[in-house]
Structure formats: structure tokens, C-alpha cells
Design a protein around this ligand. Sequence first.
Ligand SMILES: [Zn+2]
Length: 152
Amino acid sequence: MTGPTHLLVSTTSAIYLGYSSVTELLVVGIASLICDIDRKNSLLGRLIPVLPSFIEGLLGKRTLTHSIPFLLLLAMVVQTINSNWIPLLLIGFISHVILDLFTGSVALLYPYSKKFSIRLLVPPVFIETAVLIGLGVFYAFNWLDLYSRIQL
Ligand SMILES: [Zn+2]
């Protein structure tokens, strides 16, 4: 999945779960993108120097940064910043990993090397397209409700 797809799915999910302030949506958005710091050409990876290239070269894609141990590490960091953000981290991170499970394989239990995936017998690009079409249809019918839930 691409960064914008992760952002749309995670923030829309957060809004319907009751998190709708700009700060909350910002935290969810960052949490949904942080997994992909293992790729230098990802949305967040392009903004961070050196680290994405280092991780991509050393560990590969969808390994440490898509794993449960990494989520626990992030949770410890977020806990020290603001414990109210833990659910926001979970929404962003888990939605990212679930979407990636449909379009590829993820080392959820890294450093254990087994990668997990959910195969739907169609190429990943069709899944990404289906998600975007589904979001478009959802927004077309729910934009007013969605907009009314956001606290600007
Ligand atoms: Zn990813």
C-alpha cells in the first residue's frame, strides 16, 4: 500500500472510533506511516535522511518496522510522551500492518523470519485499487458525516 492509502484508512478509522482532533489525527497519521521508514522512497522515508536506506539495506522491507516488537517499542516511547496516544498508535500501526498483509508479506514476529500474508488470489495492485475505490465511494456517501465529526 502507498502512504496516502495508509493515511486515509487510518485517519478515517480513527474518526469513526471517536478520535477527531487535529492532534489525534496527526498522531494516527504518523503512526500509520512510521512502519514504512524501512523504505527510502516511502512518504515518511523521503523526509528522514539516512535511516530508511540503512534499514532497507540491512533488514529489508516489512521486517522490524512492521513487527509486534517494534510496536511495543513505539508504545513505550509514546507512553513517555502522552499515554492518551497509545490507542492512536494502535489504530495507525495496526491498520498499516493489516493493509500490508493483503498486498505483501510481513515479518510480524521479527526477528523470527517467517513472514505472514493474506492472499486474495488477485494481484496486490488490484487490492490497493479496490481499497481506494471503496474509500472514494465511502467518502461520497459519508463526507458530511465525516466532516461533522472532525474537530477543527
Ligand atoms: Zn508497510
